[in-house]
Design a protein around this ligand. Sequence first.
Ligand SMILES: [Fe+2]
Length: 246
Amino acid sequence: MIAEPATGFIDIHHHIIYGVDDGPQTLEEARQMLALAYADGTRHIIATPHFNPTGYCPEIDLLQERLAELKAVCADEYPDLQLQLGAEVLFGEGIRRKLRAGAIPTLADSNYVLLEFVPGVSEDKLERAVRHLANGGYVTVLAHSERYPAITGNLKFTKYLKEKYGVLIQVNANTFVSRQRFHVKRFLKKALWLGIIDLVASDAHNTKNRRTMMKNAYVFLTEKYDKNQVNSLFYPTFTDIITDCR
Ligand SMILES: [Fe+2]
């Protein structure tokens, strides 16, 4: 039996760093997002700004500087809220080289990479990408998996990616508590039943239409599913990512 976690939610996908992507644009907005995340019950955030290996990649020094500012806010106001650096990476040419060079961060210095694709990505391209990373020693965490018909429409393929390459399937919290198209609803239901989803994360971008919804999703899911299973989605135990929060 999994004990009720002593720490709060671990959110491995959150655009908390300001002024570097379509997340918050100012320190003040990022502070408000921290307040919302804390009130939501999150106690560990991996900051995941967008990176595009063939396009815009924010400077690591700038990210570290802004992360330090936000850590200082936490030290003052939310001492038990931890922040670490990560990235949400659009798959593209040069990704492995840039990861190796440290120009693109992994999740909290682990070998896990939060990876995204354009929504219409094919099964073939997905597998080639995941294999490319695996051959370089990286494990894919598939960001907002519910967006890809290649994943939602073929659970056999999704299972195969998990078994062969250790891919972790991340779903956004708000997907569970907002209107969704039929095929997404069907995917969530089946994938939960089969234990295919590994992680729920906020993918928070702001304090309004893309705010953190971790608590709403947690409450919704615990009313319908086994609590131990739900806990494993919100308090991931893969220690490679979570280095110092428990
Ligand atoms: Fe994101």
